[in-house]
Design a protein around this ligand. Sequence first.
Ligand code: GDP
Ligand code: CA
Length: 317
Amino acid sequence: MRITVLSGGVGGARFTRGLRALLPHAEVTVIANTGDDMWLHGVRVCPDLDTLMYTLGGAVHEDQGWGRRDESRRVSDDLQAYGLGWDWFTLGDLDLATHLARTELLRAGLPLSQVTARLAERWQPGVTLLPMTDDEVETHVVVEDGRAIHFEEWWVRYRAALPARRFVQTNLAAATPAPGVLAAIADADVVVIPPSNPVVSVGTILAIPGIRDALRATAAPVVGVSPIVGGAPVRGMADACLTAIGVETSAVAVARHYGRRPDGVLDAWLVDERDASAVPDLQAAGWIARAVPTLMTDLDTTADIAAAALALVDRLP
Ligand code: GDP
Ligand code: CA
């Protein structure tokens, strides 16, 4: 059984951990958003890849959902004494070792996909972890005065409270999917869009030329799990991202935004029990849809959510 997951950070990582618990022998490939990546203090930081690697590798700070457990911040604090870097973005000391290792390998000439594979040798995430692209595509946010700031600055520094006009990806037109990405979509038995930010995580992956078409064309069913529960994000500020692109914050609106195949990318959409009233509308519009509890409160519950998603498209062994 080959399962391909299109993921952002925390939500997608937790879902994939549940999927692995459900089907330990499945061949899982995770295509990660790298639009949040940035250069900081001369090192390449890849927030979503690292969240996936640490979560699936058993090293994540559980309460926080990202970063390393038993982390400290001495280097970051000391750098601030020089007035350098971004005082609103903290790099943990252990996390910094990952960024240093990544940067050393990038500088040696390896593409990000190979660097990611190399870092994953240590963490053994139990999945094939692929960046969406080897190219440096970064999400920037155009705010009201017309300035474009890095997504992480908008998200972390301004807590998504600066009204956003739109999101742009640098370098997008020239970007190509990383090696293995298109094949993982084409050759999958099922493709899953986990609860991830539909705009700046999944939306960015879909924007890489070729990826959306691969989803439209694959013989595998594509099933998504709504990140919007009862009209609000479960955590984070996905509502601000949806508002910026003119999409209502609701499970149905996100499904419509993704669209139904073959024009869109989804065949099936799993919503939370609180949004059960949306199921008939979704079904009337041609989707396979169902409502179940979708809060990933612990590993067993998350495995149940993964099972419900696969069952929706008859891919539960
Ligand atoms: P990142 O960590 O910021 O890169 O976040 P993701 O792209 O993974 O997106 C997280 C999304 O998943 C947010 O929109 C959350 O509302 C959603 N989410 C987080 N936890 C849960 C959960 O337990 N259940 C569901 N249904 N959605 C969740
Ligand atoms: Ca992210």
